[in-house]
Structure formats: structure tokens, C-alpha cells
Design a protein. Structure first.
Ligand SMILES: Nc1ncnc2c1ncn2[C@@H]1O[C@H](COP(=O)(O)OS(=O)(=O)O)[C@@H](OP(=O)(O)O)[C@H]1O
Ligand SMILES: [Mg+2]
Length: 375
């Protein structure tokens, strides 16, 4: 019952990654549940109409700062979703103040997560600097951290599923993946005792992680309350589902029709004989569900012209693969993380499956139906 330890390849990167993602989840939970939950005016619309909140900027600042501290600023290249422009406007003083307060409150808990915080609280310019440093564009050479501070921001704002996603790419390959899922519970063992509420048997939130080539993905509980993170820790190996009969399979897809064509995926589902209603879930929790065997298929077919970003997939893909699953584009080719910020050359969409049989069926159905679709 122990997680991958620091003797493992990428041991230090994995350990620091898990620690900072745990800390980031704690930050997000406080914001999502607490009195400081973002008010509507603190949910800002970006140029692509997607929302951004204090949580997105605070997580990015905190993780960027911690990675620099742990590996040396000059060695760290981070490709991440947010920039600091909006926060730097004169009109954003109170927004920046909220971010700075949230970052410092979180960094003050560093010791509980086995990390070292700053000697004195960070100022506004240091926080802006930490966010802006994550402007790397990645590429085929060297090491690049890839961060989606809050993936599924809509889910976060609505009190639903979201993740903190951190990955490390080395020479174009995803080598470490960490997914923090604050609202995706771990089911504890069922207890045959009527005095115990079943709802008390669920532990809130989990963190999944892996390193490439380990052949194993792991899941641990989210640190709750005043708890501390132990490492190597008590974690469980997760494995994809063994179901390969389409009749029994569950498929998941994005909640928003704007992000994936629901009627096209329904057509694919019909062709391969999937019977269950789709599980519509915000964020990379869809990859998490495949990795731990709660669903068998994840399909995403974005509108023509939309370019998928590496931070929306990197951590989820490696965790699914190491848990025994298959992830490709809709043409059946591996996703290419070596081309910078975007998954360049992506063919039609993304298909993640628990095994090769289901995967072959879905890809076959895409080839058989694409020309008659309006995508
Ligand atoms: N037009 C369009 N098409 C496809 N994908 C888009 C599009 N616009 C945005 N995005 C990206 O989708 C991320 C959310 O994807 P999800 O799978 O979680 O979708 S959904 O929220 O469940 O509908 C979302 O991630 P976050 O911004 O981190 O929430 C975006 O990066
Ligand atoms: Mg995202």
C-alpha cells in the first residue's frame, strides 16, 4: 500500500508534484466551500469566453513559486493556462489582493504538506511574477512542467467536479502526471453496520499520480482539515476496468455541448452498441474515471478549428496509460505533446478507453461515420 517512492525514476518530481497538487486542492476546497467562494463579479470571462477566478490565479502562483523553490528558478519551465494581464490592471487591485491573500494563506500551510514556504509573505509583484513566469511554450526539447491550475473552471464555479492538473514533459513525452480531484470521492470499504451512514463511508477527494514506464498509477486521499501529507504514503494502485463488452460499458464526455459534439458521440455510441446514457462530467475527472475503472470510454469531439491545449490532457493521458488504458486521437494515433502549447496535428477528436477492444471499436466507428457527419 505504498506510493511510488523517491528511489523511482522522476521520484523527486513526482513527490514535489503530489505535494503541491495536494496543497492546491486544499486551497480550492477552502474557496469552493468557504465564505470566500468567488462572488459572481470575481468570475471573470476570458477572451475565449471561458471563466477564470481567484482560484485559477492563486493555484498557478503557488505552484509556480514552489516549483522554482524546489528545482531552482533557472531550471523550471512552466506551460500553464493563465496569464497575469487582467490581474495587473489598475482596476484589479481588489482581485489581486484576494489572490495575494489566498496564496499567502496557502503557503503558510507548507510544512503540513512537507514543503518549505517563504520566510515572509509574498507581495503583489512576487505573485504576479510567479504567474507570469509560466509563459513557456514547451516544445520537443528539455523539461517542461504543464499546469492547468483549475481545469473545469465551470465545474468549480458550480460546486461540481474540477481538477488541478500538473504534468512534466521531457523531450516531448509526458513522464509525470498528477491529478488532484477535490470532489471525486474515494469509496471506503462498505461496513455492514446499520448505525453507520453510508455517506460517512466516502472520503472526499483524491489525488492520482504516476510516472511513465512505472506500469502503475496510484490514488491517495486528499489531506483534510489540519491533516499532514506523509510520503511515501498510503496510496492504492488503480487499474482500468476489465469490461470490454460495449453493452456494459459507460462512456463519459464534456458537460458543455460547446466543448464536444454530443450528437456525434451519441451516433458513435449507437454504432458500437453502447447502451448506457453518457456520463457528462466537467474537467479531467473524465480521465480519472477511466484510470480508476469507474467508466470505460471518454470521447471528446470539439468543433472544427478548435485546438486542444496540452494542459487539458497531459496529466490525464499518462495516468490512464499507466493504469492500463489507451489514449489516442480519433484517428487512432498517439497525442503529440512535443509541438508546444497545442496538440498539433490532432485528428478529429480524443478517445480514451480502458482497453484495446473498445478502443478499436470506437475508432472504427469514427472512420465509418465521419464523412456523413457535419463536423
Ligand atoms: N470550444 C471549445 N471546444 C473544446 N474545448 C474547449 C473549448 N473552449 C474551451 N475548451 C476547453 O475545455 C476545457 C473543459 O473541458 P471539459 O471536458 O471539462 O468540458 S466541460 O466543462 O465538461 O464541458 C476547458 O478547460 P478549463 O478552461 O480549464 O476549464 C477548456 O480548456
Ligand atoms: Mg482546462
Amino acid at each position: 500500500m505504498e506510493g511510488v517512492d523517491s528511489n523511482h525514476m522522476y521520484g523527486k518530481e513526482l513527490e514535489v508534484g503530489v505535494r503541491v497538487v495536494q496543497m492546491a486542492c486544499s486551497l480550492c476546497q477552502k474557496l469552493q466551500k468557504g465564505s470566500v467562494r468567488p462572488s459572481p463579479e470575481q468570475v471573470i470571462s476570458k477572451d475565449d469566453d471561458s471563466p477564470v477566478t481567484v482560484a485559477d490565479w492563486s493555484v498557478q502562483a503557488m505552484i509556480s513559486w514552489m516549483l522554482s523553490e524546489s528545482f531552482g528558478r533557472e531550471n523550471v519551465s512552466v506551460v500553464a493556462e493563465e496569464d497575469a494581464q487582467t490581474l495587473s490592471y489598475n482596476t484589479s487591485t481588489s482581485l489581486l489582493a484576494s489572490v495575494v491573500a489566498t496564496v499567502n494563506e496557502t503557503l503558510a500551510m507548507s510544512a503540513r504538506f512537507g514543503l518549505k514556504g517563504p520566510a515572509t509573505p509574498l507581495g503583489g509583484s512576487e505573485v504576479l511574477d510567479a504567474i507570469s513566469r509560466c509563459n513557456s511554450t514547451g516544445g520537443p526539447v528539455g523539461r517542461h512542467w504543464v499546469l492547468d491550475p483549475v481545469d473545469g473552471t465551470l465545474g468549480f464555479v458550480r460546486g461540481d467536479q474540477y481538477v488541478v492538473a500538473l504534468a512534466l514533459i521531457e523531450n516531448g513525452q509526458v513522464v509525470v502526471g498528477v491529478l488532484g480531484c477535490p470532489n471525486y470521492s474515494i469509496k471506503k470499504k462498505l461496513v455492514n453496520d446499520s448505525s453507520v451512514l453510508q455517506s460517512d463511508l466516502w472520503q472526499e477527494g483524491c489525488v492520482m499520480y504516476t510516472s511513465k514506464g512505472s506500469g502503475q498509477s496510484w490514488m491517495q486521499q486528499l489531506v483534510q482539515g489540519d491533516g499532514s501529507l506523509e510520503w511515501p504514503n498510503s496510496a492504492s494502485i488503480i487499474r482500468v476496468s476489465s469490461i470490454d463488452n460495449p453493452v456494459m460499458a459507460t462512456f463519459c464526455e464534456p458537460v458543455e455541448k460547446a466543448n464536444s459534439n454530443h450528437s456525434y458521440s451519441a451516433g458513435i455510441a449507437h454504432r458500437v452498441g453502447l447502451r448506457k446514457q453518457p456520463l457528462r462530467v466537467y474537467s479531467m475527472v473524465k480521465y480519472a474515471a477511466i484510470a480508476r475503472g469507474d467508466a470505460e470510454i471518454y470521447m471528446k469531439f470539439a468543433k472544427a478549428g478548435y485546438k486542444e491545449k496540452i494542459w487539458d490532457h497531459a496529466a490525464g493521458v499518462v495516468i490512464v496509460e499507466e493504469a492500463g488504458g489507451v489514449v489516442t486521437d480519433a484517428g487512432g494515433r498517439p497525442l503529440d505533446f512535443s509541438k508546444g502549447v497545442y496538440l498539433e496535428g490532432l485528428d478529429r477528436g480524443i478517445v480514451a478507453c480502458s482497453g484495446v477492444n473498445l478502443h478499436e471499436k470506437i475508432i472504427g466507428a469514427v472512420y465509418a461515420s465521419w464523412d456523413s457527419s457535419d463536423l
